[in-house]
Design a protein. Structure first.
Length: 198
């Protein structure tokens, strides 16, 4: 068998697998939520973040930051999921903040992703290393304590890339998570679109 025969055999197999994967991706989802469920759950996501928007407006402090969106979404859409439990939400973000602070202040103090250093510079390497170390610290902490909450990985990047790096800002992040958990607790139990068991 020649090399050309091998290539001719491999290529159709790869295209067949790619075509199958594309069809699976484009297949309609069988268990879609009703429009009413989708609207109720969306209202809960917005309600969870509304209180933090008010706090941010009144205080002028960064009580709204990107990783709150995925946390609020997870808590509203899958309230009974393990990752949506308040202790996991807070614990995950706590590890994200701590991992981010340690990595940032050890590796990239004074740098920020908002003012990127030149490509291939030492400062660029320091900022990238800060992000990777923070993500590693956060991941290992969440996994070893079983306080897993994926949006906390975004929090650790926010801190380690120089966006919120002071102890005051760390306190704001953690108090925002506490407010989010408290609002989730006191809101009436509407929303939630649990994935069906597989």
């Amino acid at each position: 068998m020649s090399l050309l025969d091998d290539v001719e055999n491999v290529i159709p197999d790869r295209f067949t697998r790619l075509e199958r994967a594309a069809l699976e991706l484009l297949e309609p989802v069988e268990e879609r939520p009703t429009t009413a469920d989708a609207l109720r759950t969306t209202a809960r996501v917005c309600a969870l973040l509304s209180s933090l928007a008010v706090v941010a407006l009144v205080t002028g402090q960064p009580y709204l930051f990107p990783s709150l969106g995925p946390s609020a979404y997870a808590m509203a859409v899958s309230p009974s999921a393990a990752t949506s439990q308040s202790q996991r939400v807070f614990g995950g973000h706590l590890f994200g903040v701590l991992g981010g602070l340690v990595a940032y202040h050890l590796l990239a103090p004074g740098l920020s992703v908002t003012q990127l250093p030149p490509a291939m510079s030492i400062d660029s390497l320091r900022l990238a290393a800060s992000a990777l170390v923070a993500l590693g610290l956060t991941s290992v902490s969440m996994l070893t304590t079983d306080l897993r909450h994926a949006p906390a990985c975004a929090t650790t990047l926010i801190v380690s890339l120089g966006l919120l790096t002071t102890l005051v800002e760390a306190g704001i992040i953690l108090s925002a998570i506490l407010v989010l958990a408290a609002v989730d607790f006191v809101l009436p139990g509407f929303g939630g679109i649990e994935d069906p068991p597989k």
